[in-house]
Write a protein that binds this ligand. Sequence first.
Ligand SMILES: C[S@@+](CC[C@H](N)C(=O)[O-])C[C@H]1O[C@@H](n2cnc3c(N)ncnc32)[C@H](O)[C@@H]1O
Length: 199
Amino acid sequence: MNLWDERYASAAYYYGTEPNDFLRDHAKVIPPGGTVLCLGEGEGRNAAFLAGRGYDVVALDQSPVGLEKAARLAKAKSVRFQTTVANLDGYRFEPNRWDGIVSIWCHLPSAMRSSLHRQVIVGLKPGGIFLLEAYTREQIRYGTGGPKDVDLLPSLAELRRDLDGMETLDGTERERIVQEGAGHGGLSAVVQLIARRPA
Ligand SMILES: C[S@@+](CC[C@H](N)C(=O)[O-])C[C@H]1O[C@@H](n2cnc3c(N)ncnc32)[C@H](O)[C@@H]1O
């Protein structure tokens, strides 16, 4: 059992059962009714939200324990989405498959993140949307959640470099209050990005 399986082993939902604020506020930019892949989706709160908005969602995570809870959350919220247990290290996307790819706090080592984001471009349909929120390196000083290893914490410039060729619709580094279950609580340093694969 890895760290994430252990973290998800209790009955409580570690980041709660409500969606991430940035996703909730901007989900409508993803083509309505489209296919959406949620990367590192954990216990399924964002997938459940998107499914409730009419998207055809797959929640991917390396934690089977998290995804079992995601399936229970889907039932409790009377929505349907698929779950896929997979490791994003070296992950290859089916080309032109997704109308949206969502990455909420999916913190990966920089080399893995870079290669994954090149793949995101492959996996999106033309006109498809990539939506991400992550902590930045400044978050280490805030101590309100997120990884402690700076290599896992991207800057906007790094994200834009890895997503070269995508059209940036919104790209911001900012402070905001994040309240999500027991896992995230308080003023935080985040990067938010919405990018579109050119049609
Ligand atoms: C901070 S949690 C975020 C969960 C979810 N996105 C949310 O906002 O509630 C990070 C998630 O990324 C997943 N993860 C980390 N490394 C991964 C990898 N290499 N492959 C697949 N999932 C990974 C973890 O299992 C964990 O569920």
